[in-house]
Design a protein around this ligand. Structure first.
Ligand SMILES: [Mg+2]
Length: 310
């Protein structure tokens, strides 16, 4: 676990750090609240142990500031206040500031270990819930919700870096036929195989998720429409070359239709519009015979032509 310590007394700080490191934690230590907050804001800290009495920003204020900080991770840090205060008023103030637990000063290692252990379990549970909430259980890929979050984050990043972002919408061809003819177990296998194949065919930094039903979305930060089309074509040929064997020994081919779209220039539309464009291109691929890649071209889109006509 990544632990942050805020403690103004150097001897106590070193002792606490050594003890926690001995128990296998990665520890960063700060001599005051300001530095601790700066370390916290860099991200990656899940458990904070802070002294109450420190010159400048004290423990409760540090906890408040930490609670007010919005980091990308939705996992809330677990905060333990270290204090020699034991009055109810002090405890109330600490809890109100957002502390999860207290430990008395001087502490003994058995108690410290137990309290840190509780924090670690809570953080691990949060992380597991987070993972489940973002994972598609059938394919183990990220789900639609996680895709939308990641897509918005990466679109912001690419916009700042003045780079494009590409998406590919993938729809398995004749999926209903697989289900109807061979049963839903085989349908599930088709989806798993397609997901694995896409995952194995994208570039580093690209990612694949299940968009819903038999649809997948590939996100390619930094890719223009040409690169997106190239990756789509690579995915398409790989999938086409895969074989799926049914229980009664039949060998099946799985193909999919691919629609690619990418942002260009500074005048960008909402990222969900980009997904709709990829969806449209995917329909063009279906219409022209499936198992192919189509790219979104605004001039070929009747909806876009109408909009641009005065
Ligand atoms: Mg102190």
């Amino acid at each position: 676990m990544d632990i942050l310590i805020a403690e103004d007394d150097a001897t106590t700080r070193r002792l606490l750090q050594k003890t926690l490191e001995k128990w296998g934690h990665r520890v960063q230590a700060a001599p005051n609240g300001e530095e601790a907050l700066a370390i916290y804001r860099r991200g990656g800290v899940h458990l904070v142990i802070t002294d109450w009495m420190m010159p400048g920003m004290d423990g409760p204020e540090l906890v408040q500031r930490i609670r007010a900080t919005r980091l990308f991770s939705s996992i809330q840090p677990y905060v333990i206040l270290v204090t020699s205060k034991s009055s109810m008023d002090a405890l109330e103030e600490g809890f109100e500031a957002g502390a999860n637990d207290f430990i008395g000063k001087p502490w003994n290692d058995i108690e410290l270990r137990a309290r840190v252990g509780s924090g670690v379990r809570i953080i691990e549970l949060q992380a597991e819930l987070e993972r489940l909430a973002h994972t598609d259980s059938l394919t183990s890929l990220i789900n639609r919700r996680a895709l939308v979050e990641a897509l918005r984050r990466d679109e912001d990043r690419m916009r700042r870096e003045n780079r494009p972002i590409g998406v590919i919408l993938v729809d398995v061809d004749h999926f209903k036929t697989f289900n109807d003819r061979y049963g839903h177990d085989l349908g599930d296998q088709v989806l798993k195989m397609t997901g694995q194949c896409l995952q194995g065919s994208v570039r580093g930094g690209d990612y694949v998720g299940r968009w819903g039903g038999e649809e997948f979305l590939v996100v390619l930060p930094g890719a223009d429409i040409i690169q997106a089309a190239e990756v789509a074509e690579r995915c398409r040929t790989r999938l086409e070359s895969q074989r799926l064997r049914t229980e009664d020994g039949r060998v099946l081919h799985v193909t999919a239709s691919f629609g690619a779209a990418a942002t260009e220039g500074a005048n960008r539309e909402d990222i969900m519009t980009l997904v709709q464009q990829a969806d449209k291109a995917m329909y063009w691929a279906k219409e022209s015979g499936r198992n192919r890649v189509k790219i979104y071209v605004a001039s070929a889109d009747p909806a876009s032509r109408k909009k641009n006509t005065p």
